[in-house]
Design a protein around this ligand. Structure first.
Ligand code: GLU
Length: 481
């Protein structure tokens, strides 16, 4: 990939500008925008770790962008290229994302400068443990204040190590499991968290395609089935999104861009097989089911219905935005389209489903995991068998009244009690649909706003402004003009 072009403004400035644009669009006090944009606290730590044959000093950050709701929530990123500006930008995106998805959390983000592939698993565990200690000692890791989750370069494995560190420090904390989300299932994790962001994107797209006017405005034909999609990145988010859309909705994945290039097949790639090849070889080169080219960045400009950047930020920039030939862009990654590119694409009428809406599935299910941890009980435990009983009674009543037997397969479907996964999926689907409808309401209420990103930011800002108002920090959340 590596297609990050130097823009005239930084990632964080770009996100701030988006806030300004939305605030202006609804005539809110600019002071309010300043309050909302400000990153509340940033902790930088430099800590030594004694590895087997040497001592290394690592640099990491945790940025709490907003504390209007607590805990502040966000992923923890491990990358050799991470820096403070990026972490602050990503933390602010989390604030807006939580507000759009109606998650009662503030926004945060963490980062550690590290090339994970250069360390053994035991070393990574040691480094993660040391980083978590630094955060916890300063109250930047706590179920009530700052709660990390997986992000680029981290997974349930790192979350288990972090939880373990916290428990060692605070064994008496009854809510210790809730200090981090995205944990393994047998360590307090929740069903459906690993694939949650991809599932959420699928639900968001299904909701989008339920609205014929929205689909027509994007210049697309009805229905997800048969739509041609190009994916950038087959990590956790890209993989699950591509897998669900191709296996369950008939989307044809024509290209997958990865670090070493792109693999193309106009008839459709088998996402599962590409992922397996990637796991075995470290790239897409040599995948037998498609044509390989080493120029991945150019493939972003391929003609398609849906372009899904699911890797790093700033992949679509002022330098290539004019050449993007997708009907719509679905921001599976955080910040894949720069502020300048966003303007170019809006002028060109390209529909963008923005990150702060479309990839909110991860933090949504993190919220479910956090509440599950606080309640100390898995969802559905109390009512599952009760629901089953009620279903059976309903079947028996229908049979008694009609004198006909309900076929067993039908009876089973009606009387099935919901599992934790069923409930998580239902809550996630509801969240994505509700968020899209709120965004559409803004578009209806403010005809001058024509794009989903500005509308999503308006949804977020209105909610955050209201909570500042409730705290007495602002005179009125109502538009000033
Ligand atoms: N890293 C994910 C994101 O950027 C999830 C954050 C979370 O679950 O707290 O949205």
């Amino acid at each position: 990939m590596g297609n990050r072009k130097q823009e005239s403004m930084s990632f964080r400035e770009g996100v701030d500008r988006m806030v300004d644009r939305a605030t202006l669009a609804i005539g809110l006090d600019p002071d309010l925008a300043r309050m909302i944009r400000a990153c509340n606290a940033v902790l930088q730590v430099k800590f030594p770790v004694r590895l087997e044959d040497r001592v290394e000093v690592f640099t990491g950050w945790w940025a709490t962008h907003s504390a209007h709701r607590l805990p502040a929530k966000g992923g923890l990123r491990y990358s050799p290229f991470v820096d403070q500006n990026e972490i602050e930008a990503l933390a602010s995106l989390m604030t807006y994302k939580c507000a759009v998805a109606d998650i009662p959390f503030g926004g945060a983000k963490g980062g550690l400068v590290i090339n994970s592939s250069a360390y053994t698993e035991a070393e990574l565990r040691q480094i993660t443990h040391a980083f978590a200690m630094e955060l916890a000692r300063r109250d930047f890791l706590h179920p009530g204040t700052n709660v990390p989750a997986p992000d680029l370069g981290t997974s349930s494995r790192e979350m288990a190590w972090i939880a373990d560190t916290y428990k060692t420090l605070y064994p008496e904390d009854l809510n210790q499991d809730a200090c981090v989300t995205g944990k393994p299932r047998n360590r307090g994790g929740i069903a459906g968290r690993t694939e949650a962001t991809g599932k959420g994107i699928q639900y968001a797209l299904r909701e989008f395609f339920r609205h014929a006017d929205a689909v027509a405005a994007a210049g697309l034909t009805d229905g997800l089935a048969g739509k041609r999609a190009v994916f950038q990145g087959l990590g956790n988010v890209g993989y699950h999104t591509a897998k669900y859309l191709s296996e369950q909705d008939g989307v044809v994945v024509t290209a997958i861009i990865e670090r070493d290039g792109v693999i193309v097949n106009e008839e459709g790639l088998n996402v599962h097989d590409v992922k397996q090849h990637l796991a075995e070889t470290g790239g897409v080169k040599g995948f037998p089911g498609g044509v390989y080219s080493e120029n991945g960045a150019d493939a972003l400009e391929m003609e398609c219905d849906i372009l899904v950047p699911a890797a790093l930020e700033s992949q679509i920039h002022a330098g290539n935005a004019m050449r993007i030939r997708a009907g719509m862009i679905v921001e599976a990654a955080n910040g894949p389209v720069t502020y300048e590119a966003d303007q170019i694409l809006r002028d060109r009428g390209v529909t963008i489903l923005p990150d702060v809406f479309v990839n909110a599935g991860g933090v949504t299910v993190s919220y479910f995991e956090w509440t599950r941890n606080l309640s100390h009980m898995r969802f559905g435990r109390l009512q599952r068998r009760y629901d089953e009983l009620r279903g059976r009674e309903l079947i028996a009543t229908i049979e008694a009244i009609t004198g006909h037997r309900v076929p067993e397969e039908m009876a089973q479907r009606v009387s099935k009690g919901a599992s934790e996964l069923d409930l998580v999926r239902s809550g996630l689907d509801d969240t994505m649909r509700q968020a899209f409808q709120e965004i559409r309401e803004v578009l209806k209420a403010y005809p001058a706003i024509k794009d989903y990103r500005t509308a999503a930011y308006v949804v977020a800002i209105a909610k955050i402004a209201q909570s500042y108002y409730d705290l007495g920090l602002t005179a009125s959340p109502k538009p000033v003009s």
